[in-house]
Design a protein around this ligand. Structure first.
Ligand SMILES: O=P(O)(O)OC[C@H]1O[C@H](OP(=O)(O)OP(=O)(O)O)[C@H](O)[C@@H]1O
Ligand SMILES: Nc1nc2[nH]cnc2c(=O)[nH]1
Length: 183
C-alpha cells in the first residue's frame, strides 16, 4: 500500500462545520485519481476480502463508485450502487444515512433476497453509511458478508453487524493526517 500511504501523508485537512475532513484522491478525486493507485487499491481489497460465494459488491454513491468499479474489473463480481436519489421502484429500500458532517437518504435497488453481498467504500468514519447499507440488505433478505474499506478513520467506535477491514487506518492529529498501515 505504498502509494496509498505516501499520498495520504500529504492530504490536506479542511473543516466541514467543525469536522476535520481530509481531502484525497481516494475519497474526493482531488487531486486526480491515477491508475496505479486505483489498481493498488482494487488488488488490495481483492486480497483481504473473502470473495468465496459473493454474488454482488455494494457501495454508496458517490465516492465508493470508482473503487467498486475497479474491484469488479479485478474480480468479475458485479457491483450495485446505493444512490442518493429514489427511483420509486416497489422493491426499492430507503435507509437513513448519517455521517460526521451530513445526513440524507440512500436508496438501494437491484439486490435480491438471498444475495451474498460484500460492502465496499472509500472510507469508514462513524460507520453511519455502512450501518445503513447493512440494514437495507437485511431488509431485502440479502446477506451482508463483510465490509471492506480503503481507509478507516479511527476515533469513533463503529457498530456494524459484520466485520470491518481496511487497507489503512488514519487519524487526524493537529490538523494533519497520520497513517497506520493495517497488516
Ligand atoms: O463512516 P461515515 O461517517 O458514514 O462516513 C463515510 C461516508 O462519507 C462519505 O460519503 P458522503 O456521504 O460524504 O458522500 P460522497 O461519497 O458523495 O462524498 C464516504 O464516501 C462514505 O460513504
Ligand atoms: N474525504 C473524506 N471523506 C470522509 N467521509 C467521512 N470522513 C471523511 C473525511 O474525513 N474525508
Amino acid at each position: 500500500m505504498d502509494r496509498l500511504v505516501r499520498s495520504l501523508e500529504s492530504a490536506p485537512v479542511v473543516s466541514r462545520d467543525g469536522y476535520d475532513y481530509f481531502v484525497h484522491p481516494v475519497t474526493d478525486a482531488i487531486p486526480a485519481v491515477e491508475a496505479p493507485l486505483l489498481r493498488e487499491i482494487a488488488e488490495g481489497i481483492a486480497r483481504v476480502a473473502d470473495l468465496e460465494g459473493v454474488d454482488r459488491i455494494l457501495t454508496a454513491e458517490s465516492m465508493g463508485i470508482h473503487h467498486a468499479t475497479a474491484l469488479t474489473l479485478e474480480t468479475e463480481i458485479p457491483f450495485s450502487v446505493a444512490r442518493k436519489r429514489s427511483y420509486g421502484f416497489e422493491t426499492e429500500v430507503a435507509v437513513h444515512q448519517e455521517t460526521g458532517y451530513s445526513e440524507g437518504e440512500l436508496y438501494v435497488n437491484g439486490i435480491e433476497a438471498g444475495d451474498r453481498v460484500l460492502l465496499v467504500d472509500d472510507v469508514c468514519s462513524t460507520g453511519g453509511t455502512l450501518r445503513a447499507l447493512c440494514g437495507a440488505l437485511v431488509e431485502l433478505g440479502a446477506e451482508p458478508t463483510e465490509v471492506v474499506v480503503v481507509i478507516r478513520r479511527v476515533g469513533d467506535p463503529v457498530d456494524l453487524p459484520v466485520s470491518l477491514t481496511s487497507l489503512v487506518e488514519v487519524e487526524i492529529r493537529n490538523g494533519a493526517v497520520v497513517v497506520n498501515e493495517t497488516p
